[in-house]
Design a protein around this ligand. Structure first.
Ligand code: ZN
Ligand code: ZN
Length: 428
């Protein structure tokens, strides 16, 4: 246990969490070239026609373009036949041209006019042999080969759409490609996106440290008598002050609310002698933060955790530590869940751990891989995910501990640094 009293540690920088330089953080253009190349190579292997990538994390991963999600179509067309084309509404061209992959000449921006039908332009982009902007005048290397000739190739070449491309676009695309089977771009992109590169890990680490500082600042501040929603508002403000562009969630579950894993911060006022589950996060330069710590508010009277809560928390702590320690390349994703769950179940809380132990994180707050029974796929170096067991006694109280962990070559690389002990605070 760790006692934190008063406002002594309230100042940022007094939290003991690494405050590194953030000047160097970002994804250099060479990464986008490598990603586009890897996606194209994977497409060659499957023998599919093209990736059709709409607005979302796949597009950001491939090009760095954080496009607005509009009823106007924005679509990256990546085929093996041609340089990638980014189809954008005319009024979005200035923004699209600034996207790292476009600015570096890795994708060509193809505008469509306000009154045109952008979907009608896609077949030409899929089949196009236009010269690459990177090599003017050249026809570029040809990758044509009979479909199905490559090992692992699909029988009939497909068009692969990103998972978040709106159904309204997909149906119109299917209409202009009659007879062509459609599949998901994640068949190609999922394995690539799961393994984070060093620049992505640095961003995830900076995001984690920012969230660490916010959790510790909240723990060191006044809590007693404040509505949960007021604390949640402070969490969001602090995340933004820490450089997050979005503060996506701020779960503040006090007293019996701590037993509800996705509790929505309410008007309930925090009282002495009860726990708070604080689960906060958002997006920092595109990459997600997500941390949970459990606090116990003693108030002036020093109402510390009862024995039952201390026992519950100790079991949870052991489960989270053991699950984290089990992370290494080759271990099945579901194994991490099983290791944590076995400890919780052996202590008699099996029925109180009601969710999977973790989810992947990167450009999306929840993404592959999911650490859940039934997912036998092996972890690989660079995979980033949460390890977040919880024990919830409905109507009474609950606790959760969550860290973001990267699978390193030899074991876990835990990005969060905030202490995992129960944070016993006065809250005054
Ligand atoms: Zn969380
Ligand atoms: Zn999480």
């Amino acid at each position: 246990m760790r006692a934190m009293t008063g406002s002594a540690a309230h100042e940022r920088g007094a939290t003991g969490v690494t405050q590194g330089s953030t000047a160097e953080l970002g994804i250099p253009p060479a990464r986008f070239a490598a990603r586009l190349g890897a996606a194209r190579e994977a497409l060659s292997r499957t023998g599919d026609l093209a990736l059709l990538v709409g607005v979302g994390a796949d597009l950001r991963w491939l090009t760095g373009y954080d496009a607005m999600n509009l009823e106007r179509l924005t679509l990256l067309v990546l085929s093996t036949a041609d340089a990638p084309a980014l189809l954008v509404p005319r009024l979005e061209v200035p923004r699209a041209a600034l996207a790292p992959a476009a600015a570096a000449g890795l994708v060509r921006v193809v505008p469509w006019e306000e009154t045109a039908d952008p979907v009608a332009l896609v077949p030409a982009l899929v089949a196009s042999r236009a010269p690459s902007p990177a090599a003017p005048g050249s026809t570029g290397p040809r990758h044509d080969r009979p479909a199905g000739s490559a090992p692992g190739a699909t029988a009939v070449p497909r068009l692969l759409v990103s998972e978040r491309l709106w159904a309204s676009f997909v149906l119109r695309l299917q209409a202009v490609f009659p007879g062509t089977p459609f599949g998901l771009a994640s068949d190609v992109l999922r394995p690539l996106r799961m393994a984070k590169d060093a620049d992505e890990i640095a961003l995830l680490r900076a995001a984690a440290h920012a969230a660490d500082r916010v959790v510790l600042a909240i723990a060191a501040g006044r809590l007693l008598g404040r509505p949960e929603a007021d604390v949640a508002r402070e969490v969001r403000e602090r995340l933004l002050d820490e450089g997050h562009e979005t503060a996506a969630f701020a779960i503040v579950g006090s007293g019996p609310h701590s037993a509800s894993p996705h509790h929505e911060a309410s008007d309930r006022r925090i009282a002495a002698g009860e726990p708070i589950v604080l689960d906060i996060g958002g997006s920092y330069r595109g990459y997600g933060s997500d941390i949970t710590r459990t606090l116990w508010v003693t108030g002036e009277e020093g109402l510390g955790p009862d024995e039952a809560f201390q026992r519950l928390y100790e079991v949870l702590r052991r489960a989270q530590a053991a699950a984290t320690a089990a992370v290494r390349p080759g271990v099945a994703a579901e194994r991490i869940d099983a290791v944590g769950r076995a400890i919780i179940a052996a202590a008699g809380y099996g029925a109180a751990f009601i969710h999977r132990i973790g989810h992947g994180i990167g450009l999306e707050g929840h993404e592959d891989p999911y650490l859940v029974a039934g997912n036998a796929e092996p972890l690989r170096a660079g995979y980033a995910f949460s390890v977040e067991p919880g024990i919830y006694l409905e109507g009474r109280y609950g606790a959760r501990i969550e860290d973001i962990v990267v699978c390193g070559a030899d074991g876990p690389d835990v990005l969060n640094e905030a202490p995992r002990e129960l944070l016993v605070v006065r809250g005054t």
